[in-house]
Design a protein around this ligand. Structure first.
Ligand SMILES: [Zn+2]
Length: 283
């Protein structure tokens, strides 16, 4: 895990200048990929949000376009490895042994895993959260439209937290009416998940930070003092719980039917953590 971390900048004196030139070219390539990746994120957000608006809030094409962009960005990550294996490494092998090139390969792996893949995971939460929030703000307006009794035309209040068809009886004549929401309102149910994740982004960051801290520790074995690992595990446990609590609480704000199950839902999500801990640390 800590494989790529500290060693990167160690360049022994008196390197072959031709080798150094190849290294410099490799660095430029990596830098260019990184810039292209970061620029693409900015462009993607802008394009997808205006796509949503232009399609009159038809969320499906926007999500499909995002899936396409995402796979292009993942391909950018894979390009790093193939470029190293097919172009960079053969050149470097003229000056060095395989083993001496591990650090060079690690630079690419770092960019792919820590910048691109990790960056994408977080970006996805933010982007889908923003798209979903805008969609929600648009769709929810239809809930506030007036709805009238089919029998006597009296105005009927519909529930603002049930984004699906439901019966409402008329206060005036008691006729049971069926309120059928339009498509946009029914779709609210499936953007709530994205909104909840997005609103829990701070908790998510804390969860990832705690995970990283634990991953960077030396692997625990039975003859080691477990205290430092115990501390880190407790931190991760709390961070995970805080994330799920926030996530399920926000979800229940939109869909109150889930209010009762928050505790149970958190317990379900935490199960893997306790199973892992038991297996690896035996407590
Ligand atoms: Zn009526």
């Amino acid at each position: 895990m800590g494989f790529f971390s500290r060693k990167k900048d160690v360049t022994p004196k008196q390197e072959n200048p031709e080798f150094l030139a190849v290294v410099a070219k490799w660095d430029v390539f990596l830098d260019r990929i990184k810039t292209r990746f970061l620029d693409s994120l900015v462009d993607a957000e802008e394009a997808l949000l205006s796509n949503l608006e232009e399609s009159d809030y038809d969320i499906q094409p926007t999500m499909t376009a995002w899936a396409g962009i995402k796979s292009q960005l993942m391909a950018l990550g894979e390009k790093i490895d193939t470029t190293f294996d097919e172009k960079v490494k053969p050149q470097m092998l003229q000056y060095k042994e395989h083993f001496d090139l591990l650090d060079q390969r690690a630079k690419g792996a770092f960019l792919r895993e820590k910048i691109i893949l990790k960056g994408l995971r977080r970006f996805e939460i933010v982007l889908e959260g923003k798209i979903s929030t805008r969609f929600y703000n648009h769709a929810v307006k239809f809930l506030n439209e007036d709805f009238y009794c089919t029998q006597c035309s009296a105005k009927i209040e519909v529930r603002k937290d049930l984004f699906r068809a439901h019966y409402v009886s008329c206060d005036y004549c008691n006729t049971v009416n069926t309120f059928t929401p339009n498509d946009k309102i029914s779709q609210i149910r499936w953007v709530v998940d994205n909104i909840a994740k997005f609103q829990a982004i701070e908790e998510w960051d804390a969860k990832i930070k705690a995970e990283n801290e634990l991953n960077e520790m030396p692997t625990w074995s039975r003859n080691m003092d477990i205290t430092p690992h115990r501390v880190a595990l407790e931190k991760q446990e709390n961070a995970d719980k805080a994330f799920w609590l926030k996530y399920f609480t926000v979800r229940a704000m939109f869909l109150p039917e889930y209010q009762k199950t928050i505790e149970h839902d958190i317990a379900v999500k935490m199960r893997w953590f306790y199973e892992d801990r038991k297996r690896e640390y035996n407590f």
